[in-house]
Design a protein around this ligand. Structure first.
Ligand code: SF4
Length: 452
């Protein structure tokens, strides 16, 4: 992909955000149907003469939490049929006002998720367009596709219907980010989808990305962009996440229960797991030393002398994870390593606690995910303790800072729950419980059984 640097410099400034033309800021309730017809008829004498058509399909099988579009889920077949009939009626009505010599050069299908409706509807609408408009030889017909619902045979069908550009809504390549925004990952590897689109002879392919989403970092989004570049598509489009709860009810649950949202930066959170994996095992090693089979805990029947009694009782009485922690902790606390590990981890702990203290100067509660992914099954990660420890990235910092927190269900992925962590300042359990209760009055994820 070639990028014109002058173009980047030219447009590297702030401007209005719009996804429609004319933008919503130009909409006017006094603009009547008569005005609309007049404008179309007037345009017949204007240049350029070519026509562009936008087909809007405002339906999605599942609503992404970040979405700023006006879209609906849970649509039924009769409802969709009525909508498609209305679109066809509109095409017929508008086409009658347009001079027959005008060429149709651009057709864009957006939404919603146009590729999630039955392809027979897509065919009906495109057939109508062919019937009433004269397509230019170099027309471009594009469709926005959510890869979660895109099969290879769909790409073949779109080609057959005359589409020549596909815009693939990736948003982010990371499953945990998609999960956090209630979006399904791609049904097939994105590389294979892009290859199929190219093999079918589409002349244009876009990749759409969104930045500013939960769990994304500058570094992770950089990797997403690099991966998108590697796919070698014609265009890559990036949108910023717009948090506009005033117009989008789905972004509103927290606002609805009386919260004012403010973003805070906890810059040392990423060091939490490393610090915790030194501090917590050190505490384990020291606290559990009293479980020696004499004063506390299990006592082995297979001991011959005192030293043997300690060894056998502790070997038999502790599980694998406890032994792992005792060994790590004993190492970190031993002479010669104390400064390098335990002391350093305590310093990081201070930085994390200060981070939270500064944040609580600005807000009353901190709300975010409990884990980077859905709940895993019992024992699923027993053989991969590092993966298990990394799942704690959002909770261990809270522990290190000595703060109260609570995790409540905030959605499901593959039938397993996702957690919302509510962190309060010292001794502010009251507000954590209050917000959790209010949140659960507005949602019913806590009533759903995992695995069903
Ligand atoms: S699929 Fe697209 S239009 Fe539908 S909810 Fe997600 S982001 Fe919005």
């Amino acid at each position: 992909m070639k990028v014109d640097e002058n173009l980047i410099k030219k447009y590297s400034k702030t401007g209005p955000r719009y996804t429609s033309y004319p933008p919503a800021t130009f909409f006017d309730e006094n603009f009547s149907n008569f005005d609309f017809e007049k404008k179309i008829i007037q345009s017949n004498d204007e240049n350029p003469q070519n026509i562009s058509v936008y087909i809007h399909i405002p339906f999605c099988p599942q609503i992404c939490h970040f979405c700023g579009c006006t879209t609906e889920s849970g649509f039924t077949k009769p409802f969709l049929e009525r909508y498609v009939d209305a679109v066809i009626k509109e095409i017929t009505y508008v086409s009658k006002l347009i001079n027959k010599n005008r060429k149709l050069t651009q057709i864009h299908w957006g939404g919603g998720t146009p590729n999630a409706i039955s392809y027979k509807y897509i065919e009906r609408i495109t057939n109508k367009l062919y019937e009433v408009f004269d397509f230019s030889q170099n027309y471009e017909m594009a469709i926005e596709c959510n890869p979660a619902h895109l099969e290879f045979r769909h790409i073949e069908l779109l080609k057959k219907f005359g589409f020549n550009r596909i815009s693939v809504g990736i948003q982010d390549f990371r499953d945990d980010v998609l999960n956090a925004i209630n979006r399904k990952p791609s049904k097939h590897p994105v590389d294979d989808i892009i290859k199929k689109i190219k093999d079918e002879g589409f002349t244009g392919t876009n990749i759409d990305l969104v930045y500013g989403l939960p769990l994304q970092t500058v570094d992770s989004f950089k990797k997403t962009v690099e991966k998108a570049i590697d796919l070698n598509t014609e265009r890559i489009v990036t949108f910023s996440y717009a948090h506009v709860p005033s117009v989008l009810p789905r972004q509103k649950i927290l606002e609805k229960i009386g919260c004012k949202i403010k973003t805070v930066n906890l810059k040392y959170t990423s060091l939490g797991v490393s610090a915790y994996q030194v501090v917590a095992p050190a505490e384990c090693s020291s606290n559990l030393s009293r479980f020696d089979g004499v004063r506390y805990g299990h006592r082995s029947d297979n001991s011959s002398d005192l030293e043997n009694l300690y060894r056998e009782s502790r070997s038999e009485g502790f599980g694998k994870e406890v032994k792992r922690r005792i060994l790590v902790g004993t190492y970190a606390l031993s002479a010669g390593y104390y400064d390098a590990y335990y002391l350093k981890a305590q310093k990081v702990r201070n930085l994390i606690a200060n981070d939270f203290r500064d944040a609580f100067d600005q807000v009353d509660l901190i709300i975010g995910p409990t884990t980077p992914d859905k709940a895993f099954k019992i024992g699923e990660k027993m053989n991969d303790p590092i993966a298990m420890y990394l799942s704690d990235v959002y909770t261990v910092s809270t522990n290190l800072a000595g703060l109260p927190a609570m995790s409540i269900p905030m959605g499901f992925k593959e039938n397993m729950p996702l957690g919302l962590q509510i962190i309060g300042n010292h001794f502010d359990e009251k507000n954590i419980l209050k917000i959790s209760h209010l949140y659960q009055q507005e949602t019913d994820w806590h009533k759903r059984e995992p695995g069903k």
